[in-house]
Design a protein around this ligand. Sequence first.
Ligand SMILES: NC(=O)c1ccc[n+]([C@@H]2O[C@H](COP(=O)([O-])OP(=O)(O)OC[C@H]3O[C@@H](n4cnc5c(N)ncnc54)[C@H](OP(=O)(O)O)[C@@H]3O)[C@@H](O)[C@H]2O)c1
Length: 337
Amino acid sequence: MSTRTDSGSHRAIVVRSAHDGAVAAIEQREAPQAGLGELVLDVQHSSVNFKDALAMSGRPGVLRSHPMVPGIDAVGTVVNSDDPHWPSGQTVILNGAGIGERADGGLAERVVVPADSAVRLPSGWSTRSAAAVGTAGFTAALSVLALRRDVSADAGDVLVTGAAGGVGSFAIRLLSSLGYRVVASTGRPDDQGDRLRELGAADVIHRGELSDSGGKPMQKARWAGAVDSVGSTTLVSVLAQTSYGGVVTACGLAQGPDLPGTVLPFILRGVSLLGINSVDAPHEKRAEAWQLIADTLDEAAVTSIAPQTIGLEEAIGLAPDVLAGKVAGRVVVDVAR
Ligand SMILES: NC(=O)c1ccc[n+]([C@@H]2O[C@H](COP(=O)([O-])OP(=O)(O)OC[C@H]3O[C@@H](n4cnc5c(N)ncnc54)[C@H](OP(=O)(O)O)[C@@H]3O)[C@@H](O)[C@H]2O)c1
């Protein structure tokens, strides 16, 4: 239940140490102060990303110092601003930009964010829907923008790996809405196949076809392009199966950070591998990605990817399931709950 006060005292999830295990707890925090170029937000909704689950479980590599509030997404209203671009009461979206990593994050009732990374809530959108899209949908949109520069919708099949995850689910929906024929790769075809087809996948394959494909450096060309959030041997197989001039975007390491392949797809088929980083994306890219999201996704699609809303306390409890790959799609956090 919310204990937000006018003076800014508010509830937050706080991670006090970097030890594997239960290190996150709800605490009452003092009002945060905005510096130059920063905004204070009254957060309405956040979400639980893979990174947030790592942070709440005390895993190293996400939170740069302790104690810190996790949460790489925040959607909320600007408080006490004299910045004409961001007046008080304006509702904004913040994905990444260091919150929940280098500075306190969005799993709190209040957060300080860099103004130049804020994006206005699209007209007609709810704060819940924007948080449901969150970093996963934003990263999927950045990936789709990168891919569509060189791969048109009629170029052939486009593969999405990690399909049942947040990035994968949004990538399927965005690509299929733009007219691409999407093939979804998942480890859960029995559980998740129908959901992925409803999102727009024309075909669903088992991820083992890619992760255990024998490691041949060049394989039969199957994909005009791909959105990968998995890395490791999966990404190596995707590159080896991409057609001449195809584009593969890489944003994640759900299988692993290694890339045990060869340069042959690049030099024999002119395949391009494009890295996607949502955290440090400049403002123009943020605005372009959110425009694509607003133009392409509707509330029903967003809700189907993120049907569940939980409170701050429950977010802590969900972290192990996210890390164990037991959660499909995205989970929204109502920070006042
Ligand atoms: N670069 C960036 O800016 C950025 C932004 C957002 C996320 N990311 C990264 O992108 C990745 C996906 O994020 P997310 O939010 O979509 O996470 P998520 O919701 O947890 O989904 C990850 C998906 O990856 C697949 N997967 C998990 N373990 C795997 C394994 N061992 N082998 C093959 N596939 C596996 C699973 O899909 P199936 O169940 O369908 O097999 C899982 O649902 C993470 O590594 C995350 O850190 C990066």
